[in-house]
Design a protein around this ligand. Structure first.
Ligand code: SAM
Length: 519
């Protein structure tokens, strides 16, 4: 485990910030990176004007709910009241509202940005709302948060537009007293903007980072103890940025160069991934990438760059027998089938029977025939398959998900330390079971999309202690190792386990460990 460098991420961070656009430019593309979410991207200031009444310049009654800010507010209220997942709720609202591409991008930005920054927004708003935020109706609280987010973080939105639209919404939804209060609070914030935009200063690094970047103290505390102050701060900053969209080329059908050329024909700027072979990073606002012809034709799959590494680390060969224990929706399964040139046997299991169809749909779209989708609890798989039956077993385990906060910001507020303990216990059971199914001399790969030590380094250390038949395997394919070595994330003493953090390549935080079963 030589790539853990508490506090050692500063140098890398500088390089990354040069390589990538500013936070705000990236945020404009947030929705196109919402992977298969169906959200749409652009850099709109989102006036909602396309939905105004053509003559009076006022929102028409039938389409009033269709302004970007109304759609965002409606989504935020549902997420706050019903604990709905932000991405699912937003997709539904966007589909209903039929916003212009620009306004869909603004609504997406407002939802993710407001949820992500809610602690800092509340900290600032508490200074301005005299009766206290907890006395406000949910929708008023969410409206203030969403408007404060625009004032404090989105320089491209004229402040008066943010305030005026908030007041209009308050007038439509509430009584004059509420719109007056909203107006007063936001104008006050505008007057104190330079002070309110300062990072929060505190002697206590947990408070300083938590309040400045909007994370719960318990989470910052955990990351401080593992990654050091600079490392934890870089993780928190990167977790607030917008993810870029990326595609995995179906290598059986297309080269990366051809893929980039096809995207250029659709006026989408794309470049080859610096992290992973076969990966393409979308540089421009591309809208919903699943609606492009190439997606339907199975030329590519939407997948984060870190996630693409996992199947490459598994390195299955044509003709092998492979098991993916927790496979849905099939991103890594289909990648492994592509690497196997669609030859051999690939069993894709998931707990939930309804997810079998998701895997099958992806296999069909990509023209892959060797995938056998099954459903069952991966902690009981040895009841279904003979022991030592597979050349390669992948356990892409359910996890706390702190590596994908940019796509699911509400995880910050919904997960607890107890959730981490519970999920780590499940992972341990799944890993024990998966290990029974690997042939002697075969490969076991364990991965998560989190950066929690207990689920990652701690998990594999426990595993190695319990299973002397296994050892870590550093013989990863050279194309996987090369960019990691070049970036200084691993050295010559690499042992076979990698923790990627979101600030390293601007991709998801991921953990990957490869084990070899002794002959
Ligand atoms: C991280 S996701 C897998 C993502 C997938 N490997 C991909 O690349 O598309 C984890 C999956 O584990 C499944 N899961 C959760 N508990 C499970 C269990 N006990 N047995 C099998 N699958 C489980 C979930 O339904 C979820 O689809």
């Amino acid at each position: 485990m030589n790539n853990y460098k508490p506090g050692g991420t500063g140098q890398k961070q500088t390089r990354i910030s040069k390589m990538h656009k500013t936070t705000e430019q990236k945020n404009a593309a947030r929705s196109s990176a919402a992977a298969t979410s169906g959200a749409i991207a652009s850099g709109s200031t989102g006036s909602g004007k396309n939905n105004t009444h053509p003559k009076k310049g006022k929102p028409a009654q039938s389409s009033r709910l269709r302004t970007a800010r109304e759609v965002a507010l409606q989504t935020l209220v549902k997420v706050a009241e019903a604990g709905a997942y932000s991405n699912l709720q937003l997709n539904r609202a966007l589909q209903d509202a039929q916003l212009s591409r620009q306004d869909a991008a603004l609504a997406t930005e407002l939802v993710y940005g407001t949820i992500s920054h809610q602690r800092t927004l509340d900290y600032r708003l508490e200074m301005l709302v005299t009766k206290g935020l907890d006395k406000l109706a949910v929708w008023v609280h969410q409206l203030l948060r969403m408007s404060a987010y625009q004032l404090l973080y989105l320089n491209r939105i004229p402040p008066h537009a943010a305030v005026n639209e908030a007041v209009q919404i308050a007038k439509h939804r509430g009584h004059a007293g509420i719109s007056g209060m909203v107006n007063g609070v936001l104008r006050n914030m505008l007057r104190r903007l330079p002070e309110m935009q300062q990072p929060v200063s505190s002697e206590d690094p947990v408070k300083r980072i938590g309040l400045t970047y909007s994370y719960p103290d318990w989470l910052v505390g955990r990351w401080l103890s593992v990654y050091g102050e600079a490392g934890a701060e870089a993780i928190c900053a990167a977790g607030n940025e917008s993810p870029h969209a990326s595609l995995r080329i179906n290598s059986n059908r297309l080269s990366v160069e051809k893929g980039i050329a096809l995207l250029a024909e659709a006026e989408i700027d794309a470049t080859e991934s610096k992290l992973t072979a076969g990966g393409i990073v979308i540089e421009s606002n591309a809208g919903n990438l699943t609606q492009l012809e190439g997606y339907g034709e199975g030329l590519w799959t939407l997948q984060d760059e870190s996630s693409m590494l996992v199947a490459q680390v598994c390195a299955p060969k044509p003709g092998m027998t492979v098991l993916d224990c927790c496979a849905a929706p099939g991103g890594k399964t289909t990648h492994m089938a592509e690497l196997m040139n669609d030859m051999g046997r690939l069993v894709a299991n998931d707990l939930h029977p309804h997810k079998k169809q998701l895997i099958q749909e992806q296999a069909q779209r990509l023209g892959l025939t060797i995938i056998e989708a099954v459903s069952g609890d991966a902690s009981e798989l040895s009841g279904q398959f003979p022991a030592e039956a597979f050349d390669v077993v992948l356990l892409d385990a359910p996890c706390s998900g702190f590596g994908v906060l940019r796509r699911k910001p509400e995880i910050k507020w919904t997960k607890s330390p107890e959730d981490i303990d519970a999920i780590a216990a499940l992972q341990e059971r799944l890993l024990d079971e998966a290990s029974r199914l690997v042939k002697p001399g075969g490969t076991l790969v364990y991965s998560t999309c989190t950066i929690e030590q207990e689920e990652n380094e701690g998990q594999i250390n426990r595993f190695l202690q319990k299973h002397p038949a296994y050892l870590l395997d550093a013989a990863w394919p050279e194309p996987v190792l090369a960019p990691l070595l070049e970036a200084g994330l691993i050295g010559k003493d690499f042992q076979g386990a990698l923790q990627l953090l979101p600030q390293h390549f601007g991709s998801d935080g991921f953990f990957i460990a490869r084990f070899k079963r002794r002959d």
